[in-house]
Design a binder for this molecule. Structure first.
Ligand code: CUA
Length: 179
């Protein structure tokens, strides 16, 4: 026995099915065409111990270790702390076109990193390390903003990537200590 479905109801079913398919199509298009996708790693950290030289994994983001460095494979790693209302360090020199790993943690509440006109768009959740691998192609200063409302001065929370020609980029001595 066939189940009776009202004509109007059927129409709405089709509309909803079409909307679902359309949403998928848009997501797949942006994932494929613009490399937009959620980060796949999950790494925890104790946000209350970030400033301590040793602690529950917090030592990676101690004051003397944030900034740009190279890991044991020679890959550039940028470590940054987001806290109300700023990014530390606030200005980051980065060579144009070179892939780097950006690792960001929050000191307090939910923050975000968004570099306009790029696909660099991260949510920074307290208790987790947000990581993304990317490269910046446009030379010059590229400001980034916090795009998660984090308090009254949220709109003033920003930083700058200084994208410089690769042959002019020098890893600062103090920033090269992290391994
Ligand atoms: Cu940090 Cu908004």
């Amino acid at each position: 026995m066939a189940i009776h479905v009202d004509k109007l109801e059927k129409r709405w079913l089709y509309i909803i099915a079409a909307l679902v398919v359309m949403t998928w199509a848009v997501q797949i298009f942006y994932a494929a065409r613009h490399n937009l996708h959620p980060p796949s790693n999950v790494e925890g950290i104790d946000s209350a111990q970030l400033h301590l030289p040793t602690g529950t994994g917090g030592d990676e983001f101690a004051e003397d270790k944030i900034g740009v460095s190279r890991d044991e494979n020679g890959q550039l790693v940028v470590r940054m702390v987001a806290a109300r209302y700023g990014f530390y360090p606030q200005r980051i020199d980065i060579p144009q076109g070179e892939t780097f790993k950006l690792r960001v943690v929050s000191f307090d509440v939910l923050h975000g990193v968004y570099v306009p006109r790029t696909n660099l768009n991260l949510m920074i959740i307290p208790g987790y390390i947000s990581e993304v691998e990317t490269a910046l192609m446009t030379p010059g200063e590229q400001p980034f903003v916090c795009h998660e409302f984090c308090g009254p001065a949220h709109a003033y929370m920003y930083g700058v990537f200084n994208v410089m020609p690769a042959d002019q980029f020098v890893l600062a001595q103090a920033q090269g200590a992290v391994q």
